[in-house]
Design a protein around this ligand. Sequence first.
Ligand code: UGA
Length: 453
Amino acid sequence: MMNIAVIGSGYVGLVTGVCFAECGHKVICVDKDEQKINRLKNGIIPIYEPGLDQLVLSNQEQGRLSFCNDIGPAVEKSDVIFIAVGTPPKPTGEADLSYIEDVSRQVAKAMNGYKVVVEKSTVPVKTGEWVKRTIRFNNKFGGDFDVASNPEFLREGSAIGDFLKPDRIVVGVESQKAAELLQGCYQPIIDQRVSFDISSGKVIHQDPQDRHVPFIVTNVSSSELIKHASNSFLALKISYINAVANFCELAGADVEQVAKGMGLDSRIGTKFLNAGVGYGGSCFPKDVSAFLEISRELGYDFKLLEDIIEVNQKQREIFVRKIKNALWIIKDKSIGILGLSFKPNTDDMREAPSIDVIKALQLEGAKIKAYDPVAMDNAKQIFGDTITYCNDPYEVAQDSDALVLMTEWDEFKNLDLKKVFDTLHYPIFLDGRNVFNPAEMKSIGFEYHSIGR
Ligand code: UGA
């Protein structure tokens, strides 16, 4: 059992803290937002993440998980301190590291013995050196400490499963001692003694398994880079297949077939080759830009990263053009939107393609109706009363001149398409995520448009 502090109880911090507690460690989650901490103490979870609420409650009840506002006591009681505060993008695209600096300073002041301070937030390469310097300058205790990097590879909507059953665990360290302490934190996961059953949404505790999760130890810079390089590579795959999709439309090919044929080559892989309106979220857009900025700073012109961003942005514009081509005049047309979040199983609207698409249509005078299974409250913060919020997909379809699918929620995959067809004003369906089969849609009577098919 290890004593762990996690500073920052946002998405990453909360999932990290709760999963470590479930592994049997004693965890204190810290956040400067008093209201958030009070709510967490009462079992109210600020984000939508399947399975998280139950784990917060059970670990609190069993005394392994606690919440507080003060960094000081949490640091004093812990051997390993994970920093999981936000690193939002600045207007220039580079990451704003002021929260990391602030926390490093406070951690340093509270140190009462050897600690490993771990960057969990996604940070540009070289941040570890700055954290170390900041702690050294502010460390009244004057004792020994280590700074390490341990990037997260959590996807929103399946974060608990990703934490407990990762493809790999990466730690960047400068000493054997830090590596051993971090291995101690992750040992139950490395041995797969704790894992997550996605179908039941429950954590399973079992005997150590034969198949161990790879635990990769690197230097700090390499570990920091692994995160930016991984996210940018995944974004590259998406932009690549979207560019291929655009080509397919000109060449009369089908991107789904092309992606399958490519992906079955194990060197390429089938994942992240789904063409659509492009990627969004709080990670890919921010991380590709931050990677580009740090490359520039270090003197490397990473042109490829610019292309990833450009293809992704254009993909939204191309989709808006498709809607216009289907409707001719947009002004005063009633357009129904299915799905607002940047992907399914999350209420996160950050950088969601739906935002750009809806705003572009509104600019042309469209009347927008929309429905999302969980992101409506967050969408209201963005669109206010400029759009009509519906209670279900059929209400969206009712009398609309076109139906536009932006997020591939399961609820939409199982729609009664005949009913949708009957309620639409014009039978136009634009599918931004290639959810439906073009031949089936045609046989129902829809004029169906998708991406790269
Ligand atoms: C992403 C990474 O997948 C995680 O490994 C990483 O830890 C996380 O960022 C992070 O840095 O914290 P996330 O942003 O939750 O996770 O979402 P993804 O499931 O990766 O999807 C990102 C976007 O790409 C979504 O908008 C999705 O619709 C889009 N996408 C994904 C596609 O357009 N096509 C695909 O084939 C796959």
